[in-house]
Design a protein around this ligand. Structure first.
Ligand code: XIL
Length: 368
């Protein structure tokens, strides 16, 4: 993908390097209730956040916030194919290894994100797939990544974003995998993942299910239809991931639509993980308190629906602090200069917890 900022591979973090680092003052958590993980655990769930080893290494306030609140980490970019193997045959495992070291040292678990995503597939692999249509390219990728991490990482987003309802009747995205191998690339990829990671929890992850517009509605149906087809064919699929990139410009959350989709997926024997929760703002010029309230209210509306289902096993936010949020990259530079970062994560960019923090904490706890 054009916009993916590849960070230079980290030198392997020497043991103890995590104790150093720059960064803001440590978050003042004296006024906070017990952590988000504590709240989630009381309901039999986990809470986690997406993170990058280089950020953790640099920023001790981030480490403090992660250690306070998270039980699970998702590598935000470094497990993606174009980060692991930007050039064919040249591998960059260090940033993932570093994250795993940090996780192991601190008793955290890691979600595997993601084996196949069109947007994070390196160009050389896309060309090779389309030219040769040789599945061995895929098997080798799976065997390499799962061979290295399959036993340490217990939960995998095997396929990311396979749905597209705007491209024809089948409702599968016409991504490179589809074009090279046909619609059954999905089944084959799931089988492949099962072969290399027999005990892992295998997931398909997608976005765009929350709102009342026709596209989201069609996407909910398409997601259930895909899951139904895979379950009927006995394809190894244990659960689904719903990204939950909420967006305040999209009108009210369609609670009924969301409930129906969730229930249909559960009825298929799947469990559900909220994998990438954050809130994109629509009125950056409003006073900060009002902005933060809207973000918190949206979070609460969403989790009130989802956490009514015990089969929702965990909630992961796509970052923990507005300082490191992919949404801030998407805010127009002038808006950002005038109004600062998008405020769609639990901590602001100076590590003050915001109303979203309490919304998460209370909904996770209330659902116990
Ligand atoms: C995003 C990262 O946050 C960015 O830093 C990167 O440039 C692109 O990918 N859906 C997903 C995630 O499944 O992997 C994406 O992460 C955000 C959208």
């Amino acid at each position: 993908m054009a916009g993916l900022a590849l960070t230079p591979a980290l030198a392997i973090a020497p043991h103890g390097a995590w104790a150093e680092g720059e960064g803001a003052a440590l978050p003042d958590t004296s006024s906070l209730p017990p952590s988000l993980s504590h709240a989630a655990r009381s309901g039999g769930r986990y809470y986690g956040a997406a993170a990058r080893a280089d950020h953790l290494l640099q920023d001790k306030a981030l480490r403090a916030a992660v250690l306070r609140d998270c039980e699970v980490l998702t590598p935000e970019i470094h497990l993606k194919w174009n980060s692991l193997e930007w050039r064919k045959g040249q591998f960059h495992f260090d940033p993932v290894d570093d994250l795993l070291t940090f996780a192991d040292d601190n008793g955290l678990r890691v979600r595997g994100h993601t084996l196949l995503w069109d947007q994070s597939t390196p160009d050389w692999a896309k060309h090779e797939m389309l030219d040769k249509r040789d599945w061995r390219l895929m098997s080798e990728h799976f065997s390499r990544v799962l061979g290295r991490y399959g036993s340490r990482i217990e939960e995998w987003d095997v396929i990311n974003e396979p749905i597209d309802t705007e491209a024809g009747a089948r409702t599968l995205r016409r991504n490179t995998f589809f074009r090279a191998f046909g619609p059954t690339y999905i089944e084959r990829a799931m089988e492949e993942a099962r072969a290399y990671a027999p005990k892992a929890h295998l997931v398909i992850n997608d976005y765009g299910f929350e709102y009342g517009n026709p596209v989201d509605k069609a996407r909910r149906q398409a997601f259930v239809a895909l899951a139904r087809r895979l379950r009927a064919a006995n394809v190894p699929l244990d659960g689904v991931g719903v990204q939950a990139h909420l967006d305040l410009s999209k009108g009210p959350i369609d609670a009924v639509g969301l409930q129906e989709m969730t229930k249909a997926l559960i009825d298929l024997g799947l469990d559900i993980t909220v994998t990438e929760l954050d809130v994109k703002e629509s009125e950056a010029a409003a006073p900060t308190a009002a902005r933060d309230q809207k973000v918190a209210d949206e979070t609460r509306r969403y989790l009130d629906v989802m956490l009514a289902f015990p089969e929702v096993r965990g909630v992961v936010t796509w970052g923990l602090t507005d300082k490191f949020s992919w949404l801030t990259e998407q805010v127009d530079a002038r808006v950002r200069a005038a109004h600062g970062a998008n405020r769609g994560l639990p901590y602001d960019d100076a590590y003050s917890p915001k109303p979203m923090y309490w919304a998460l904490n209370e909904t996770l706890r209330a659902s116990a």
